[in-house]
Design a protein around this ligand. Sequence first.
Ligand code: PCA
Length: 205
Amino acid sequence: MGNILVTGFEPFDGDSKNSSLELIQKLDGKKIVGTRVMIKQLPCVFGAALDVLLKAVNNVQPRAVVCLGQLRGSAVINVERVALNLIDARIPDNEGKRPIDVPVIEQGPVAYWSTLPLKAITKELKQNGIPVKISNTAGTYVCNSVFYGLMHSLAVQQRVLPAGFIHVPALPEQVVGTGQPSMHLDMLVEAMQIVLRTILTLNNS
Ligand code: PCA
């Protein structure tokens, strides 16, 4: 049985939870289209996050890689289209580092496209009543740096597999009293099962 690697981030910016981490814990070990979901928690630390991810890709030898992160303030699932070779941290990471205006990879290309089937994913989610959009920036913080580093690593190894990044809203309990939007964990789990099924079904044919 093949594997699909799904990652989420530890809490950051003083939060006690990260919706992406809560979400992957619900997906761990599930079988989708004859493929086992393997999960990995990433530290919210520049450099270390990418190291942990690339080691996991090496160990798991997945058919596809989907990295998840939390996007506070968003009401919808954001399927990221593009990874930029830029770090411009708005806040320090979990080790207190705050790089400004530096590349993720020196001499790397400006950007990489996601190789996930973006349009098929958004269509399937919409058909199931789940709010979603394609996002044209994954930001300039740790999530984008991991996304860029993953795509760069696959490109230089000439490994062709579906890989990309999806930002998910915060959970209702994280936004109490803030007026910010959120999405229930049940809906996030349903959404990700649809996303993974879509990726694996297209990848099978
Ligand atoms: N979101 C942050 C980093 C970790 C996470 O879950 C981001 O969007 O960069």
